[in-house]
Write a protein that binds this ligand. Sequence first.
Ligand SMILES: Nc1ncnc2c1ncn2[C@@H]1O[C@H](COP(=O)(O)OP(=O)(O)OP(=O)(O)O)[C@@H](O)[C@H]1O
Length: 260
Amino acid sequence: MTALVTRELSVRLGHQNALAGIDLALESGRFTVVIGPNGAGKTTLLRSLAGLLSPTHGAVLLNDAPLSRLRGSERAKTIAYLAQSGSIAWPLPVRDVVALGRLPHEEKPDALSPVGREAVAGAIAAVGLKGFETRPATELSGGERARVLLARALATQAPVLLVDEPVASLDPRHELVVLEVLKAHAAAGALVVAIMHNLTLAARFADEIVLLDGGRLQAHAPPGEVFTEAQLAASFGIAAHITREAGGLVVVAERPLDPP
Ligand SMILES: Nc1ncnc2c1ncn2[C@@H]1O[C@H](COP(=O)(O)OP(=O)(O)OP(=O)(O)O)[C@@H](O)[C@H]1O
């Protein structure tokens, strides 16, 4: 059981309060999707949960201990973080880029343990990149590269996986493939948090939604409770039409509302 908790988490970036007084409790086995308008503080929250940003006030606790006290090597084994539109600088084969996810376990790409080899092969297969293993990662499309980086994060086998907009550059099939992978990863016992802008996919796949607006927590609840026309009008400034279909809620953003 893994628990990631924020207590009165506030983060100031430049002259901005990017996050203010966030109290949040996340646990293993759940797929949480963070939504909110541009600038709401979603990336700031994810980076704080990963221990990459220090709170200005408050704390992030991993299993009741302040994240700031965890040694870097231990944190890298425990929390896999995938940044928004990450880039790949070196023309390494796909398999080696994914194998970099084993570095926290002190396994180099050319000296993987049997567990490491299985984790790398499993991650490549999970994101639909079988057959790409020997291709230089710099010669892939944007969506293929995004999946390589997700596979690298999965190969870490960390109990906490934090991903910033994992489906932003993906085609509809691979959006579904990746969201199924994240959901299954959570169902298998990981604590998974993803930032997303597609509200229908968020509603369909998330166990719980965290809604941020203006650096504040507006809601943390199952999709059916967060996706209401009133809530979307208040937080996103849109008139939305929400219907319940067999596959889950369908959220259609119909028009922007005039600013209040
Ligand atoms: N390095 C920085 N210095 C100063 N302000 C920053 C910095 N990074 C982000 N901000 C500000 O902090 C706020 C939160 O930014 P953040 O990136 O967390 O938003 P977000 O919800 O992830 O947005 P988006 O949907 O556009 O990715 C924004 O108002 C942003 O302008």
